[in-house]
Design a protein around this ligand. Structure first.
Ligand code: NAD
Ligand code: USQ
Length: 383
């Protein structure tokens, strides 16, 4: 089975590419390396010192004897995309290759346009490339739980059956995303759904929650394979950020009341979910949606858990409630179905004291790399 990982130099993609390679898949990575460029523009670096992509892949080959093909370029460059696909001949394409930060997309008009052009048009190019040359290839596309927003009813997996004025239909679940980034994922979902309907493509949209953690069996094998771990106010995400803040003695940055509830999952489950999706492809013409998270937590709960885990390690951790830079509900109902991946055999790594310990220790190991001026949020939704 040949799997092309688009965005394979990033946080989820790197871990996934190595995991699939280790499992015996023939893996290719396609990446424009634009994320490294955005980091440089923001002046922010990952907590961990990540090696250049070719060195990473050479080291992987030295350690395992497994070769990962590399295609460096942008999926918005259509000739590059089609040539790479023809060269690699994928059975499955896993698409992580997008601008994935909500704050980045809310910086200003340019960043909103960049985000939606990069994401929506890149994905549309990919749909055309698959239709032209690989109509049977399974597209596994990373979406986000944030497509749904925070409705006052249970969230289903992609579709909801509604009775209206005596008639009944199963329809796409309503979307109320909270940033121009999250909106780009909604637009992608619509385009993929339509392509499956008109061209008979097969696709799985993985509405992933917030990923935490850094070590997988593969990325932990060698320092040269280390994964990125973002802590800055633009690309850093809630739990990862809190652990790094605790390690450097910075008060945890809870935005507003902290009742914002989200689905989360361990990066070791991200890689397994991708494998499960690939190993059980969608049918021809099917647009399948899985909610990819394992547990629900509020931001306030996460901060308290990190505070407690920190105290156990002798760290004094304070929690700050900052004025919320975003426009979002801070207290709300949130309950989402996530049975599709469990039914396929996912055995979750639930958030545990030992994971928090290991993340805190990891953060402590690299804490001298932290630049404090990147901790507080600078991007506001109201502009
Ligand atoms: P990341 O920024 O670490 O990695 C994304 C990679 O895609 C980068 O290496 C970047 O260079 C590449 N890329 C971006 N645009 C590209 C383009 N046009 N052509 C080729 N390559 C391109 O992000 P991540 O955290 O690994 O997220 C991966 C995917 O998973 C994203 O689509 C994101 O929306 C989704 N996701 C992430 C999380 C999370 O918590 N990290 C949660 C839910 C969903
Ligand atoms: N938050 C804080 N303090 C912080 C950072 C965040 O309180 O220091 C709050 C935010 O206000 C928000 C929640 O935590 O309510 C989540 O924010 P986040 O930055 O951790 O995550 P988000 O912006 O939603 O985006 C991340 C990834 C994105 C993915 C999404 C999954 O960057 O790629 O799509 O998680 S989900 O949240 O389920 O939509």
């Amino acid at each position: 089975m040949r799997a092309l990982v688009i965005g394979g130099d990033g946080y989820c993609g790197w871990a996934t590419a190595l995991y699939l390679s280790n499992k015996g898949y023939e893996v290719g990575i396609l990446d424009s390396l634009v994320r490294r460029y955005w980091d440089a523009q923001l002046g922010a670096e990952t907590l961990t010192p990540i090696a250049p992509i070719r060195q990473r892949l050479d080291r992987w080959y030295e350690l395992t004897g497994k070769k990962i093909d590399l295609f460096i370029g942008d999926i918005n460059d259509y000739p590059f995309l089609t040539n790479s696909l023809r060269q690699f001949q994928p059975d499955a394409v896993v698409h992580f290759g997008e601008q994935r930060s909500a704050p980045f997309s809310m910086i200003d008009r340019e960043h909103a346009v960049l985000t939606q052009a990069n994401n929506v048009l890149g994905n549309l190019n990919l749909l055309y490339a698959l239709k032209e040359d690989f109509p049977d290839c399974h597209l596994v596309k990373l979406g986000t739980m944030g497509e749904y927003g925070t409705p006052n009813i249970d969230i289903e997996e992609g579709y909801i059956t509604i009775e209206h004025k005596g008639r009944k239909d199963t329809l796409p679940y309503p979307k109320q995303p909270g940033s121009f980034y999250h909106l780009s994922k909604v637009h992608d979902s619509h385009n993929i759904h339509f392509a499956c309907k008109i061209w008979g493509l097969r696709a799985t949209d993985l509405n992933q929650g917030i990923v935490y953690g850094v070590l997988t069996d593969e990325t932990g094998m060698d320092e040269m394979l280390i994964n990125r771990l973002d802590y800055d106010g633009v690309f850093g995400t809630a739990l990862n950020r809190f652990c790094i803040q605790a390690a450097i003695g910075h008060p945890l940055t809870v935005y507003g009341k902290g009742g914002q509830t989200r689905g989360l999952l361990d990066i070791r489950d991200t890689v397994r979910c991708i494998e499960l999706a690939i190993a059980n492809p969608a049918d021809k013409g099917q647009f399948r949606v899985f909610n990819q998270y394992t547990e629900l937590f509020s931001v306030g709960d996460l901060a308290q858990m990190v505070q407690k885990a920190g105290a156990d390690l002798g760290l004094k951790v304070e929690i700050d409630h900052l004025e919320n830079p975003r426009v979002e509900l801070e207290e709300h109902y949130f309950n989402a179905v996530n049975t599709n991946l469990l039914d396929l055999g996912l055995q979750p790594h639930f958030l545990s004291d030992s994971l928090l310990d290991s993340l805190l220790n990891f953060a402590t190991k690299y804490k001298d790399r932290v630049d404090q001026k990147h901790i507080l949020p600078k991007v506001t939704w109201r502009g």
